[in-house]
Design a protein. Structure first.
Length: 660
């Protein structure tokens, strides 16, 4: 039954009946119909074997319709359709819960085994019923793709079996021989098809269950979506209100925008006019810059001329006021201030010379560049020094040092106290950075650095790193000036930072108590500020410096304590060398003894050559300090007579050199 056209093997031992009824007509269709009816009647009348009844029971199932239909063929089914139509029409569907009695199934008479036509007709009737049931089932399962595929396979088998049915109808002898084999194969195939359809039905049920669960989930999702839809509807209403509000605002802003366009056009016209003015002003600014530069050059020249007329070495004298306890305990000298530059000092009582027996003339008169009485303020002392700070910014080396006896107020003059009592060094720092800020407007930029050291017992110590143990040596180069090896030179960006480093250095300085001062400075402290200015417009650079020196106090070895004798000798030696240097400069000698002391060697570039020097002599107004005061004033008078010509450290840089 594989669809091929080969004939089935003829079973042995079976004879066809000789007295078969003849066909009524010559039509081939009528002949086939007659044979099918005869076969069906024979099958209904006689049960030849158990396989026939099994085949009949299988054919009663509606799910076997496709297989039977493929076996019997469409022409035989059409012939039996009329007979089965009456019975099918009498059947009707009984609803559930109805009391209507189901009709009894009519039992057909048993067909003999040899009546193939009757049996065929009977099969054709059943085929018609099964075909209707098949169509109903097909309507239920039409959305299942797998059944459609299998239906196509069964349909192909049906067509094959239909072709074979025609062959069998024309060849009854072959059907007789293969009857038993045909029944067996039909039974097996029907069973297989039944199992397949049942499996497909179970799959459809399972799929329907899954679809039900999916529908339930989708229902829950739908409810959630409906809730979200309600929220979105409310939000939509709110947004609609906002949109209307924004639309109104947009309309207002649109009106403002159009108004602003008109204003913008007017402003653009004004802008073009202003641009033309800017071009004119730019040219004017360029001319003004040239005038400023010319004025700056003139100012520097006039300023330096004024400073040269005042003297490149100036000497100020400041008289220390007595404190409240000293006014009663110590006698004061009589000081007569003639004018701002001269004064007369004498003892309050005369003394008799032990050698000649005549009274000593204990009166002396001195004329210096400026004399400050005990009532003078720190600001008054700094007023003349401020002019030298500007000279340092203009490229000159400046040296300011305080000289005098121990306890005469040197440290107070140089350092002072916080606030309005600030000394020369803090005021110099503030003035430097204020002047730098003003010079930046004219194209000047400055690089500021600072170093702090002291000379104690002829040894140089770095006050920013006093415990380093490094050897600091003083070296002098004619082009670079005086330098100190291994000395920390700190970059400075503000006055506050410089004062912080200065406070640190002051704490590391060597001090001790003496007969004249509880906290006497026992070393020479040197604060050096390096200034390097650069102007991009003129491509000019100035290099200047300020040495602010707080000298140790001069003191007689007779009045010094034994434990401070070495310090006193070192201090007096360096101060004596300083006096020798000043005397040699006064006499314009060829050899200046700078190297006789670490102090003068360090200040070599600041005590001559291109330096402007200011010495502040501090004196005590007491009679017990009279001789030390006279010695300090005599030294100051000699220094005042020294004449030097200062030179500016100016460098005209090539245009290709950038800022350094």
């Amino acid at each position: 039954m594989d669809g091929s056209k080969s004939r089935l093997p003829k079973p042995s031992g079976i004879r066809l009946p000789q007295n078969r009824p003849k066909p009524l007509t010559e039509n081939k269709a009528n002949v086939l119909e007659h044979r099918a009816i005869t076969t069906a009647s024979r099958l209904a009348l006689h049960r030849r074997s158990k396989s026939v009844s099994d085949l009949r029971s299988l054919m009663d199932r509606p799910r076997m319709v496709p297989k039977i239909n493929s076996i019997l063929g469409t022409k035989a089914a059409a012939a039996a359709a009329a007979t089965a139509a009456v019975k099918v029409a009498q059947k009707r569907k009984v609803e559930k819960g109805s009391d209507e009695v189901k009709p009894k199934v009519m039992k057909h008479a048993k067909i003999p085994d040899w009546d193939y036509k009757s049996r065929f007709n009977q099969l054709r009737e059943k085929h018609t019923v099964l075909n209707e049931n098949y169509k109903k089932q097909l309507e239920k399962l039409q959305d299942v793709e797998d059944l459609e595929t299998k239906y196509e396979e069964i349909k192909k088998q049906h067509e094959t079996l239909e072709q074979k049915s025609v062959i069998l109808s024309s060849k009854n002898l072959d059907l007789t021989k293969d009857n038993k084999l045909f029944k067996t194969q039909i039974s097996e195939r029907l069973k297989k098809n039944y199992e397949t359809l049942k499996q497909n039905y179970d799959e459809l049920v399972e799929q329907e269950r899954k679809n039900t669960e999916r529908i339930e989930k989708l229902t829950a999702v739908n409810e959630a979506l409906e809730s979200s839809l309600q929220d979105l509807t409310e939000n939509h209403e709110i947004l609609t209100m906002k949109h209307e509000k924004l639309t109104a605002e947009h309309s207002a802003m649109r009106a403002d925008y159009e108004k602003m366009l008109v204003d913008n056009k007017s402003l653009n016209d004004d802008l073009e006019k202003e641009k033309e003015k800017c071009v004119q002003l730019s040219d004017h600014v360029s001319n003004l810059k040239k005038d400023v530069y010319s004025s700056e050059i003139l100012r520097r020249r006039l300023h330096n001329t004024v400073q040269d007329l005042k003297g490149n070495i100036r000497v100020f004298c400041r008289v220390r006021p007595p404190i409240s306890a000293e006014e009663e305990e110590r006698l004061q000298c009589l000081i007569n201030y003639i004018d701002e530059k001269s004064f007369e000092i004498r003892k309050s009582r005369e003394s008799v010379s032990a050698i000649s027996g005549k009274p000593n003339d204990l009166k002396a008169e001195f004329a210096l560049d400026r004399v400050f009485d005990p009532n003078s303020t720190q600001n008054e002392v700094f007023e003349d020094l401020s002019q030298l700070v500007q000279s340092a910014l203009d490229g000159y080396d400046i040296c300011v040092f305080a000289y005098g006896q121990t306890g005469s107020g040197k440290t107070y003059t140089m350092q002072g106290e916080p606030g309005d009592e600030a000394g020369l060094i803090p005021r110099t720092i503030d003035l430097i950075f204020n002047s730098i800020g003003n010079l930046q407007r004219t194209g000047w930029t400055y690089d500021v650095k600072a170093s702090f050291l002291e000379i104690y017992n002829e040894n140089v110590r770095d006050l920013l790193n006093p415990t380093s143990g490094q050897n600091l040596e003083i070296r002098y180069n004619e082009g670079k000036g005086t330098t100190v090896t291994n000395l920390i030179i700190q970059s400075i960006t503000s006055a506050r930072e410089l004062k912080t480093w200065m406070a640190t250095a002051h704490q590391n300085r060597a001090v001790a108590a003496t007969d004249f001062n509880e906290h006497s400075s026992r070393s020479h402290a040197v604060t050096k500020i390096y200034l390097q200015g650069y102007n991009e417009d003129t491509n000019t650079r100035y290099v200047g410096s300020i040495n602010l020196v707080d000298l140790a106090g001069s003191e007689s070895a007779k009045t010094s304590a034994n434990e401070r004798l070495t310090e006193t000798k070192s201090i007096n030696k360096s101060l004596s060398t300083l006096g020798s240097v000043m005397l040699a400069l006064y006499n314009k000698e060829k050899h200046i003894p700078y190297r006789n002391s670490k102090l003068t060697y360090l200040l070599q570039s600041s005590l001559g050559g291109s330096s402007k020097t200011l010495m502040v002599v501090n004196i005590s107004p007491f009679e017990d300090c009279y001789m030390e005061t006279i010695n300090s004033l005599r030294f100051a008078a000699k220094v005042k007579e020294v004449k030097m010509v200062a030179k500016r450290n100016k460098t005209n840089l090539p245009s290709v050199i950038g800022k350094t």
